[in-house]
Ligand binder design. Structure first.
Ligand SMILES: NC(=O)c1ccc[n+]([C@@H]2O[C@H](COP(=O)([O-])OP(=O)(O)OC[C@H]3O[C@@H](n4cnc5c(N)ncnc54)[C@H](O)[C@@H]3O)[C@@H](O)[C@H]2O)c1
Length: 425
């Protein structure tokens, strides 16, 4: 790790900064809500003196969040939340142009990833912005004494919140954590439209495949799955959905998709996308019956949705045929199974993650969650919290205004009617 200009950093190549700066500024054009927050933070400086760690995908959009936090006075360190999602030019620019230290390198080993998590804890943060809960989980497991200093944390994604709730149930979560993912202005848009578009972007950039006319299997019909299914249909794919939740499965049926088990879908699919947040949802027995050339990828948070250990055991050695594209040849049939992005989030591994316009709202939630934790310091119970609903409304209103759109307001007569029960048929 190096020592200047930002305190300690570990990036691929600081000379990449000029390209990163241009791209960060390009993303900013699509992030008007976050820009307004940055300007207000700059005037109020309510985060002055705060030590903050952000474990996030190091993308152009995250850079704009980091700028907003710095404008508010926070002293931040950024690390990657996934070994494959870092944009090296962005990491370099944050260090060189904004003096914000970053420890993140695209393609870093798991050991380096963990070393960066330790560097984040060595930074002794008051607030942790987490994406997947690796920093919070490591803090609780390995440095319990340091938890006393934590004002609170924020969590970006569904999987991280599942982990936080498990920590809360186990009685080990000793500080408040804001479930940013659960804000409506986050998951309605980021998980659905962001993942919907960027997952297909990742698949297409990695393979240049035509989606029209292909059987595309979406495993998991939650917020992300709905977006992937919707956008895949828009590109002409024949979409099949698999689920374990009967309500989500019926929803997929009513949305016009074929629903079946993964065992039934495995021999039919040309392309498989997992978005469940669950483990081994495509397993050895499914790979075994896939068509020759079937493409398999994941857009869920961790790289364990595909059982790649089982796939490796039942295949000859995997061959890299293009960047982010590995071909496994099955011993039983000779069929080839193509795995994208090593089973890591394909939208961040092979593309650039969500478009800035959608991250504008997600990261407005992050910035306002940090401010909320500071304002409510010492008053929030330990455990998982939602941001107050007014914040969601405010973010949506600012976004509409930025888009140049106006909506109606209730008349006094309508407000009164909606609060009454006397008048009926
Ligand atoms: N790629 C990205 O940029 C991105 C963005 C947001 C969220 N995520 C991640 O994507 C994952 C899904 O997030 P979400 O918000 O859609 O969650 P969600 O809880 O809304 O949906 C997950 C769905 O998967 C289903 N499921 C669970 N196990 C299954 C199985 N074995 N087979 C089929 N379906 C199964 C659940 O019933 C649920 O409907 C999480 O890991 C989340 O952290 C990724």
């Amino acid at each position: 790790m190096s020592a200047t200009p930002a305190q300690e950093f570990d990036v691929k190549d600081i000379k990449l900064a000029p390209e990163g700066k241009k791209r960060i500024e390009w993303a900013e054009r699509e992030m008007p809500v976050l820009r307004l927050i940055r300007e207000r933070f700059g005037a109020e400086r309510s985060l002055a003196g705060l030590r903050l760690v952000a474990c996030a995908h190091i993308t152009t959009e995250t850079a704009n969040l980091a700028r907003a936090l710095k404008a508010g006075g926070a002293d931040s360190l950024l690390i990657a939340s996934n070994p494959l999602s870092t944009q090296d030019d962005v990491a370099a620019s944050l260090v060189a142009d904004w003096d914000i230290p970053v420890c993140a390198i695209k393609g870093e080993s798991t050991d380096t990833y963990r070393r960066h998590v330790q560097a984040a804890l060595d930074f002794r943060p008051d607030i942790i912005i987490d994406d997947g809960s690796d920093v919070v989980a490591t803090l609780i497991k390995e440095r319990p004494d340091q938890t006393k200093q934590i004002v609170g944390s924020t969590e970006e994604t569904t999987t991280g919140i599942v982990r936080l709730r498990a920590m809360q149930a186990a009685g080990v979560l000793t500080f408040p954590s804001i479930a940013v993912n659960n804000a409506q202005t986050k998951h309605f848009f980021d998980n659905r439209y962001g993942t919907g578009q960027s997952t297909l972007d990742g698949i297409i950039r990695a393979t240049n495949i035509l989606l029209a006319g292909r059987n595309l299997v979406v495993v998991g019909y939650g917020w992300c799955g709905k977006g992937v299914a919707l956008r895949s249909r828009g590109m002409g794919a024949n979409v099949i959905v698999t689920e374990v939740d009967p309500i989500k499965a019926i929803e997929a049926v009513m949305d016009g998709f074929r629903v079946m088990t993964i065992a039934e879908a495995a021999p039919l699919g040309d392309i498989f996308v997992t978005v469940t947040g669950n483990r081994h949802v495509i397993d050895g027995q499914h790979f075994k019956v896939m068509r020759d050339g079937a493409i398999v990828c994941n857009s869920g948070h961790f790289d364990l949705e595909l059982n790649l250990v089982a796939l490796a055991e039942m295949s000859a050695e995997a061959v890299t045929v293009r960047p982010f594209v590995q071909e496994y040849k099955l011993n039983n049939s000779g069929n080839r199974v193509i795995v994208l992005g090593e089973g890591r989030l394909i939208n961040l591994a092979a593309a650039e993650g969500h478009p800035a316009s959608v991250m504008d709202m997600s990261f407005a939630n992050q910035a306002l969650s940090v401010e909320y934790l500071v304002k409510e310091k010492g008053k929030l119970e330990p455990g998982v919290h939602l941001l107050p609903p007014e914040v969601d409304q405010e973010i949506a209103s600012l976004k509409l205004r930025a888009l140049g759109l106006s909506i109606d307001t209730l008349t006094p007569e309508q407000t009164e009617y909606l609060g009454s029960w006397e008048s009926g048929t």
